[in-house]
Design a binder for this molecule. Structure first.
Ligand code: IMP
Length: 461
């Protein structure tokens, strides 16, 4: 690290006091329990100061946006794991990630300019799948083509980062490019891209004609030349990451697994089809990092004490009007990746209890309390009504989720700012009542409550 403001901040701002001893041992996964943007980056950044040797991303791609606030500086990370600001930690992009080479290099360059050294502290799995520009084009055209074919607007509202099309190629196999392909001699990569681009151009031309969009076919040679440059820059970071992790874990090194996106966006367990294309839960750790099942000692579920969602899909507790505007403005609820205003609503405990169970969460970390502290009252959803029936579990069908009526429990407002409070015991009684209700409803202990976005605003319990 140099002595730029960023570098000195990263070294001098330590976590708030009192991370309980039990959380200082074993391998840990951190997962979002809502629709993303719960504040995972803050928790991962703090935990990464607590004796972890590795931080591993195991799913998703540049659709994720993890913000790390150190002092008054904000670092927005998309593909780089959130331990990248700590020089002693090795950060791993696992095989379960879909990586945009241009995107990760841009992030590396941006951080390097701010004084962060990225060298031996970054490893990329040779099995990681690569996002190419035709994936982003397909992302852009697909929702439009489906809407045109259906005759109505049916948008998943993706981030446009090529995530779904890249995972689709992973499943299709013959048109996929992995990091190990990027490392091939130039003529072998060129040969591969020539036939893949022929297929992609044919598919994209059809999609474009279906929705009346313009499409300029991709040139395989130009693409190869561009990606060979990225390949050369990424080569020093590439390795057999899963073998390395297994060896290091066998030698007693500790690993923090960083879940991207969130459980309600999980391809299997989220509000399908309004989800992303990867396993965002803790279940994804094993396949997405290539480590044996059962290695996790802790699974921390991150819950924002209200809800936000970006893109399409059901959202039973969604708010509109003044309270929504207040939450969005105070909580700065605008997408880290796309800048889109986020939809906001009350905390949905039916959904949270379900998502905590899916990941086998052992502890909760709650964020967003300072955003709620300015409200006159707070609500949480404790059940759904559908066709006269009360539902207390998460329906599989997104149409049913869109139709349910939330049943709310109302809490009195906190009544005073909380962002300067530095111990859980000193929180106002109304804040503790609300937090402890969440804990008892979900049935998992709350280990941390954040009263702001900085490392020192995490209160341990
Ligand atoms: P995709 O991952 O770009 O395909 O987007 C699918 C859906 O998931 C869209 O509604 C996105 O807005 C949403 N999404 C994907 N990743 C994130 C995230 O990290 N935070 C919030 N929403 C996300």
């Amino acid at each position: 690290m140099t002595d730029s403001p960023a570098a000195s901040n990263a070294e001098s701002h330590t976590a708030g006091p009192g991370l309980p001893e039990d959380l200082k041992t074993g391998h840990t996964a951190v997962c979002g329990l809502q629709y993303g943007d719960e504040g995972k980056g803050q928790i991962i950044d703090m935990l990464s100061q607590e004796g972890f040797d590795f931080v591993v991303r195991y799913n998703g791609g540049a659709n994720a946006g993890h913000s790390v606030h150190i002092g008054d500086e904000k670092f927005a990370l998309h593909l780089l794991p959130s331990g990248i600001l700590s020089p002693a930690i090795v950060n791993v992009v696992g095989n379960g990630v879909v990586m945009d080479p241009q995107g990760i290099l841009k992030e590396i360059d941006g951080l390097t300019e701010r004084g962060v050294v990225i060298k031996d502290n970054l490893r990329i799995s040779e099995r990681t799948h690569v996002v190419l520009p035709y994936h982003k084009k397909q992302d852009e055209l697909y929702d439009r083509a489906v809407s045109a074919a259906r005759g109505d607007a049916h948008a998943i509202g993706t981030t446009g980062r090529g995530i779904g099309p890249c995972y689709a190629d992973k499943a299709l196999r013959s048109t996929a490019i992995r990091v190990c392909d990027l490392m091939l001699p130039a003529d072998r990569l060129r040969e591969k891209l020539r036939y893949i681009v022929r297929v992609k151009n044919a598919v994209l031309t059809s999609l474009a004609s279906l929705c009346g969009a313009e499409f300029e076919p991709f040139d395989a040679d130009a693409l190869t030349d561009e990606f060979l440059v990225y390949a050369d820059r990424l080569r020093p970071f590439v390795c057999d990451a899963s073998s390395m992790l297994r060896d290091q874990m066998a030698q007693g090194k500790r690993v923090l697994f960083e879940g991207a996106n969130a459980t309600l966006l999980d391809i299997d367990h989220g509000t399908y089809p309004f989800v992303t294309s990867s396993t965002c839960t803790a279940l994804g750790v094993y396949a997405g990092a290539g480590v044996p099942g059962g290695v996790l000692e802790h699974v921390l579920g991150i819950v924002k004490l209200y809800t936000s969602r970006v893109g399409g899909g059901p959202f039973p507790t969604e708010l509109s009007g003044d309270i929504a505007d207040q939450i969005r403005d105070v909580g700065r609820e605008y997408g880290t990746t796309t800048g889109r205003p986020r939809r906001v609503g009350w905390l949905d405990l039916v959904a949270t209890r379900y998502t905590a169970a899916v990941s086998g969460v052992t502890g909760l970390a709650c964020t967003g309390l300072s955003v709620l502290s300015g409200l006159d009252e707070m609500k949480v959803c404790v059940g759904y009504k559908h066709n006269g029936q009360t539902i207390t579990t998460m329906p599989a069908d997104a149409d049913v989720i869109a139709e349910v009526q939330p049943v709310f429990e109302t809490f009195e407002g906190i009544g005073e700012p909380v962002s300067e409070i530095r111990s859980y015991a000193k929180l106002p009684a109304a804040a503790k009542r609300y937090v402890e209700f969440v804990e008892s409803f979900v049935g998992v202990p709350i280990r941390m409550v954040c009263v702001g976005r900085r490392r020192d605003q995490i209160l341990h319990r």
